[in-house]
Design a protein around this ligand. Structure first.
Ligand SMILES: [Zn+2]
Ligand SMILES: [Zn+2]
Length: 346
């Protein structure tokens, strides 16, 4: 089969590799779609090396059709569309035993260590199946949309951390795919005002389509003042930072009302410091949370919400790429083009 193999920094090669076969307890999936994200670019450029194996087939956001069922595997039928949660937790480390399996210290990830979805077929280990990483989707769902259960599940984990109540005003900073997913979930959760802030106008149009009630270009207005004007001088119930711009973290803190919540969902440039006024947290009694990865509960919910149409992630899918062009797809995403880019084999 054809596969996109990480052979070294900045070297992704399309190779002919042996097509996997399912041993006892294993599954082989025919890849339906693999969506690409910024992390793939960081892995390819050698900027992200933790848990990454040279020689791995890349791709961690993917879905597939059950192609071969190994002896003893139950609960799957040939042709089932499934989503693959890329993190396979160990279930026995400190974090796995304390409801933080997404922080598992022994986790191995598809597309980092385990061969991933930028290929025609993927072998799923008995461990991944037993630990619930393979989730059957609605049979009518679009495989590229099911691939987006990965970022959506991560967003659901973030939302679990910061909380959205019906009637809330939610400020979302950054209208990349992640900011747009937070927008969709905020709408679904019953937020009354969803304010999306971004540097470029194009994405703000999409933000409106997926649920933003107000959109603002950064630089055009003083964001905290704008949010206060919309909330009778109070500020947002929750401010979610979805872009790793260090200076905007202070903006997020300034935009939340007293007793409000601020979530640092985006990753920030490694080793760099943000300048913030900690008195905003102190006097205003802000609750500051983060969000990274997801547990199996969130992945399952994401597959379900996409399958039943509750969250229309299809609105984020832009021009797809063929498997042979996987490297170009990663470059396309790294250059900030498209919104969510799917690689579709065959
Ligand atoms: Zn990703
Ligand atoms: Zn663990």
């Amino acid at each position: 089969m054809r596969a996109a193999v990480l052979v070294g920094p900045n070297r992704l090669e399309m190779q002919d590799v042996p097509t996997p076969t399912a041993g006892p307890g294993e599954l082989v999936l025919r890849v339906g779609a693999n969506t690409v994200c910024g992390t793939d670019g960081r892995i390819l450029r050698g900027e992200k090396t933790a848990g990454v194996r040279q020689g791995v087939i890349m791709g961690h956001e993917f879905s597939g059709y059950v192609h071969e069922i190994g002896e003893g595997v139950e609960g799957y039928s040939e042709g089932d569309l499934v989503g693959v949660m890329p993190t396979v937790p160990c279930l026995r480390c400190h974090y796995c035993l304390n409801h933080l399996e997404h922080m598992c210290i022994n986790a191995k990830l598809f597309g980092y260590w385990i061969d991933g979805g930028l290929a025609e077929y993927v072998l799923v280990s008995a461990e991944a199946i037993e630990r619930g990483a393979i989730v059957v989707a609605d049979p009518g769902a679009d495989p590229a949309e099911i691939a987006l259960a990965e970022p959506l599940g991560c967003v659901l984990n973030g939302v679990d951390n910061y909380g959205i109540d019906i009637g809330d005003t939610v400020l979302i900073i950054g209208a990349g795919p992640i900011g747009l997913l937070h927008t969709m979930v905020a709408k679904q959760r019953g937020a009354s005002q969803i304010i999306v802030v971004n540097r470029s106008p194009g994405r703000l149009e999409v933000a409106k389509e997926v649920g933003a009630t107000h959109t603002v270009l950064t630089g055009d207005v003083d964001v905290p003042e704008y949010v206060k004007d919309l909330t009778g001088g109070l500020g947002a119930n929750v401010a979610v930072q979805c872009i790793g711009a260090l200076d905007l973290f202070q903006t997020a803190l300034q935009s939340a009302r007293n007793g409000g919540r601020v979530n640092a969902f985006a990753g920030f440039p490694k080793g760099q410091m943000a300048s913030i006024d900690p008195n905003l947290i102190h006097y205003n009694e802000l609750t500051v949370t983060g969000g990274s990865n997801m547990g199996r509960n969130n992945y399952r919910r994401a597959v379900q919400l996409i399958g039943d149409g509750s969250i229309n992630v299809g609105a984020l899918l832009t021009e797809p790429f063929a498997l042979e062009d996987a490297g170009a797809a990663i470059e396309h995403v790294s250059a900030g083009r498209g919104i969510k880019t799917a690689v579709i084999p065959g």
